[in-house]
Write a protein of this length. Structure first.
Length: 202
């Protein structure tokens, strides 16, 4: 099955069923682009977040992984901000391959803070971005800047969605009047977010 927007939606629903209100107890990086969050809700679970170009995904796993001798810079940053955080919910943007972990944690002085982990599952453009509650970027695995698309994933910049053709969320029926006439082969891909070629051809 293609990891398209519809499969992403299924994963988000499953994560909300299993892991909402769980606490992040451990954060480890398997590689520079792959992380395990140990989360606890009655019992421990392992949440895999991978932005490997050929295997970007987010899901609960039972597999065991060997941790490197020292954590990556981004792993150290995640430990600083979200160790002990509560996952209040998982969400998806526009039926696209973007998952947000909404988190609540206490800072060093004991004040409640909200954070977001945004996981963009976009093949070679995949990224993990940590923001504050106002979606100002704290840091990202890939610090990119594009003048053409007016988008950056750099510290202290407000998060913007990845550049994409304007489409319709297939679950937002109020916008169906904006559907464009197109060839039968490309109708779903051209009009709706999250449709893979495999799904469109079926």
């Amino acid at each position: 099955m293609a990891f398209d927007g519809f499969f992403t939606k299924k994963i988000v629903n499953e994560l909300n069923d299993k892991a909402i209100n769980s606490r992040i107890t451990k954060i480890n990086n398997i590689s520079n682009n792959k992380f395990i969050l140990v989360i606890r809700k009655n019992f421990n679970m392992k949440l895999l977040i991978s932005v490997e170009p050929n295997a970007s995904r987010v899901h609960i796993t039972e597999s065991n992984y060997e941790n490197p001798k020292s954590p990556s810079k981004f792993c150290t940053l995640l430990r600083k901000y979200i160790s002990g955080a509560i996952i209040s919910k998982f969400s998806q943007i526009n039926n696209d391959r973007i998952i947000i972990l909404h988190l609540t944690n206490n800072d060093e002085l004991g004040y409640k803070k909200k954070y977001n982990i945004i996981v963009e599952l976009m093949g070679k453009h995949s990224n993990i971005i940590l923001t504050d509650e106002n979606f100002k970027i704290i840091d990202a695995i890939k610090n990119n800047y594009s003048i053409e698309y007016k988008r950056a994933t750099i510290k202290d910049i407000n998060y913007e969605l990845p550049p994409t053709r304007k489409k319709i969320n297939p679950f937002d029926f109020s916008n169906y009047n904006k559907i464009k006439e197109t060839s039968e082969n490309n109708f779903f891909i051209n009009n709706f977010y999250g449709v893979s070629k495999l799904l469109s051809n079926n």
